[in-house]
Design a protein around this ligand. Structure first.
Ligand code: S3P
Length: 170
């Protein structure tokens, strides 16, 4: 039983954090908080609009602030934006205050997933999706490695990922 700390889901865009998070939230006795949704609710507009208005550095500040706030709250299931691992400060806080699960997927599979509808929500991979995903993926290599559990979602179902996380948790 790991219930005195948070359960934190990290991973690159398109690795299934939100989908897996939603299913986990139904199966666990923990409140679910998503850093991106939390920020959008607070601002009253979308992440993509925030990037357009204020840029990425301002977004990263906000992301760290909201992470701190959530980590100070009651033990929760926390899903995060793919870039939350960029700051060493964030990685350290998550490692200390939660059990961290890294959802991985091969970049080709990520490209397939994010190329469908709804990608206008992802400001960092507009335009040449393939080139941008590969570039960010390489830049972020190793930054997710502090996790307590790594799951490859390239070819597993949402349910399989959820079962493995629940087994890890209990
Ligand atoms: C980002 C990922 C997004 C969102 C923002 C930046 C990133 O979240 O936080 O667009 O830097 O990887 P998802 O991973 O949920 O798409």
């Amino acid at each position: 039983m790991k219930e005195k700390r948070h359960l934190i889901i990290i991973g690159f865009m398109g690795t299934g954090k939100t989908t897996v998070g939603r299913e986990l939230a139904n199966r666990m006795n923990l409140p679910w908080v998503d850093t991106d949704r939390y920020l959008e609710e607070r601002w009253g507009f979308a992440i993509s609009e925030y990037f357009r208005k204020f840029g990425e550095p301002a977004f990263r500040e906000q992301e760290t602030e909201i992470l701190k706030e959530i980590l100070q709250g009651p033990p929760s299931l926390i899903t995060t934006g793919g870039g939350i691992v960029l700051r060493p400060e964030n990685r350290m806080m998550m490692q200390r205050q939660g059990w961290v699960v890294h959802l991985y997927a091969h970049p080709d599979e990520i490209i397939r997933r994010v190329s469908g509808d709804g990608n206008q929500e992802r400001p960092l991979i507009q335009g040449d999706v393939r080139e941008k995903v590969w570039r960010l993926f390489r830049e972020r290599e190793g930054k997710y490695d502090f996790a307590d559990l790594k799951l490859d979602t390239t070819s597993c179902t949402v349910n399989q990922a959820v079962e493995q996380i629940l087994a890890f948790w209990h």
